[in-house]
Design a protein around this ligand. Structure first.
Ligand SMILES: Cc1cc2nc3c(=O)[nH]c(=O)nc-3n(C[C@H](O)[C@H](O)[C@H](O)COP(=O)(O)O)c2cc1C
Length: 210
């Protein structure tokens, strides 16, 4: 198909508009076929040199989940201590992870030393391997939302401690910790906007012209 129909393009825009970072989940299980579809979408992401450096850990055991949750709680307490006054009060009231309740949790790593792609692009900009993993996460986010599932990205973590606790290879660096499940509600605006923390820019970015 050379050009997708108008209706499809309008709905794609709608999907992007309605994708949310979700931190509040219903406890019921997430359908395995949607998780599979999300992983299939990850595989289709662009990657530098076709290096496909994304690596996934399904954080499933009680011990692994407890370690990840404790990691978040400690990092979050440290982050809170970095604010004062009204910002601290606001921060303390935010819900910044669904790690207690999300039925599916995936830790997403970048294999910084994958030989795949033979260094094309990554030799000059090694960070592009991690950018490729972010592209995969975005595909997963949209696939989840289209199926009615919510996904939340948790970055308030000590990445080295998580890598140790999950016992991953030494060359894997943490890119994202994803909580996935049925959302308690579908918001039209970012939760941080609703909470008064920050607001979305009113208009699309305007590139500098050189
Ligand atoms: C790289 C990255 C890290 C993030 N880390 C967190 C996090 O630790 N906790 C959290 O509640 N939200 C986190 N978010 C979600 C953002 O707060 C959210 O994307 C932003 O407020 C816009 O809201 P929306 O995704 O619902 O449009 C993260 C998002 C990205 C892209």
């Amino acid at each position: 198909m050379d050009v997708f129909p108008d209706d499809f393009r309008a709905r794609l825009a709608e999907l992007m508009r309605l994708r949310r970072d979700v931190r509040r989940f219903r406890p019921d299980p997430a359908p395995a076929e949607v998780i599979e579809a999300m992983l299939a979408a990850a595989r289709l992401a662009p990657s530098v040199g076709l290096s496909e450096p994304w690596r996934f850990v399904h954080v499933a055991s009680e011990a692994a989940r407890a370690a990840a949750l404790a990691n978040f709680q400690q990092a979050n307490a440290r982050a809170l201590a970095g604010y004062s006054g009204e910002r601290a009060r606001l921060y303390a009231g935010l819900k910044l992870s669904g790690m207690r309740e999300a039925p599916v949790q995936l830790a997403v790593f970048c294999d910084d030393s994958t030989p795949k792609g033979a260094g094309l692009g990554a030799a000059t900009m090694p960070e592009t391997r991690r950018y490729s993993v972010v592209a995969a996460v975005t595909n997963m986010w949209l696939t989840a939302r289209a199926a009615g599932l919510g996904m939340g990205w948790v970055s308030i973590l000590d990445p080295e401690r998580l890598a140790r606790d999950l016992d991953v290879p030494a060359d894997w660096s943490l890119v994202a910790y994803l909580c996935i499940g049925w959302p308690e509600e579908n918001l039209e605006e970012p939760e941080l906007e609703r909470a008064g923390w920050e607001s979305r820019a009113p208009a699309p970015p305007r590139p500098l012209v050189r």
